[in-house]
Write a protein that binds this ligand. Structure first.
Ligand code: FAD
Length: 364
């Protein structure tokens, strides 16, 4: 009988990956509780809106870069061995304009758009494009092979893997993180609660982290498939507007974006942004439509907006204690939650093990 009672709060990519890793230890008995579950679409639930690509943004030597580096092997292996998880390999071309260096999107993508990023030896087939192959206005460009994830398949796949490991999933809306300890499916008080509530950590009682903020991303999903991914450092449409094209795995359509609007909570797709996103996407990769076509050649499935769970000081993964309840936090993954998911979940699971070890020692 598993003896460790654990409640994971949150069923986005962070909560589900953390629950999955915890469930691999047969002494753990894991409940996942969340307001939103895979299949839901809600502005407060970031995971379904993601591209979701693996494009490292973490600066050289930073903790984010470490998280990204350590998450590449599991994502690569899933694309290789478990295509049913909704992950496929995709080549990407990254274009850089030096004039974007000081813009919001240019700073965000500085490492990604560098001609010599830390991941140049990590990503398969990395190469800089020769100067005579650069599109007009582009100062440098790189190509490599990465992955693109279809969250509509990947999130349910994570659920099935969690269930195989014995996790029980339940709907619940918490007003205080300590209340999660009473939500374990066994009815016994949980030994540890893992907080994976993303943007919810801003308002959740016992956490109320003022560093957590939304970074609005507006996107379109289209049926058109250009055959590979493309992105660029910025645009001439404004500091917070950029262009990217991510064909998702397994018939998931192609995500074209987007915006990177800090502290903007607007849940409704703005038609002006949508128009500019389509124009930029066509400029970035004309293969999206047939020769001679304009935006009318885009076959739109839906418009959408997601709020990236940003955090001023970066991801928070640490132990805490609230009202006597042992907590491990794992939230604040901004626009990179998928590409750090496995390493952040591993770190959170390690902290849970440390707490459980202390509990066992206290019993001796
Ligand atoms: P969420 O997915 O938001 O999940 C939070 C969970 O906590 C939900 O289940 C919610 O219901 C639950 N919850 C919150 N509060 C409570 C409460 N009080 N009680 C109970 N449950 C609660 N990342 C990448 O790696 N690659 C990309 O290409 C990429 N593209 C993106 C594009 C867009 C447009 C957007 C919006 C995001 C993108 N991201 C990308 C970022 C990525 O989506 C997020 O970092 C990631 O989804 C965060 O996951 P999470 O599980 O931490 O949070």
């Amino acid at each position: 009988m598993p003896s460790n009672k654990i409640v994971v709060v949150g069923a986005g990519v962070t909560g589900l990956t953390t629950a999955l890793l915890l469930s691999k230890d047969s002494s753990n008995d894991v409940t996942v509780i969340a307001k939103h579950m895979p299949g839901d679409t809600d502005i407060e639930y970031a995971s379904p809106w993601a591209g979701a690509s693996y494009l490292p943004f973490g600066a050289k030597g930073s903790q984010n870069a470490e998280y990204e580096q350590a998450t590449w092997p599991p994502l690569r292996d899933l694309a290789q061995n478990n295509p049913e998880s909704g992950i496929h390999f995709q080549d990407i071309t990254v274009q850089n304009r030096l004039k974007d260096q000081q813009t919001v999107t240019g700073k965000w993508a500085a490492e990604l758009t560098s001609s010599s990023p830390w991941f140049k030896d990590l990503m398969p087939n990395f190469r800089n494009l020769p100067a005579d192959q650069l599109p007009p206005g582009i100062d440098n460009a790189q190509t490599f092979t990465s992955v693109c994830i279809n969250p509509a398949i990947y999130l349910p796949w994570l659920v099935t893997q969690c269930m195989k490991g014995g996790c029980v999933l339940k709907r619940a809306v918490l007003s205080h993180i300590a209340d999660a300890a009473d939500a374990h499916h066994s009815g016994v008080k949980a030994d540890v609660v893992v907080n994976c509530t993303g943007l919810g950590s801003r308002k959740l009682g016992g956490v109320t982290d003022g560093q957590v903020h939304p970074i609005r991303g507006q996107i379109l999903m289209v049926r058109n498939d250009p055959g590979s991914m493309t992105t660029i450092s910025g645009s001439d449409d404004g500091s917070e507007e950029v262009a990217y094209i991510f064909p998702r795995a397994a018939g998931g359509g192609t995500i074209i974006g987007g915006t990177y609007q800090k502290d903007n909570w607007d849940p409704l797709p703005d038609p002006n942004f949508a128009n500019r996103i389509m124009q930029r996407a066509l400029k970035l990769d004309p293969r999206l439509v047939k020769p001679g076509q304009g935006v009318e050649g885009l076959d739109v499935i839906r418009h959408g907006v997601g709020l990236r769970p940003g955090r001023t000081d970066g991801v928070r993964i640490e132990k805490d204690q609230v009202n006597g309840v042992k907590i491990v936090h794992n939230y604040g993954h901004g626009g990179f939650g998928y590409q750090v998911s496995w390493s952040c979940a591993e770190k959170a699971a390690r902290l849970v093990s440390e707490i459980l070890l202390q509990k066992d020692r206290a019993k001796l």
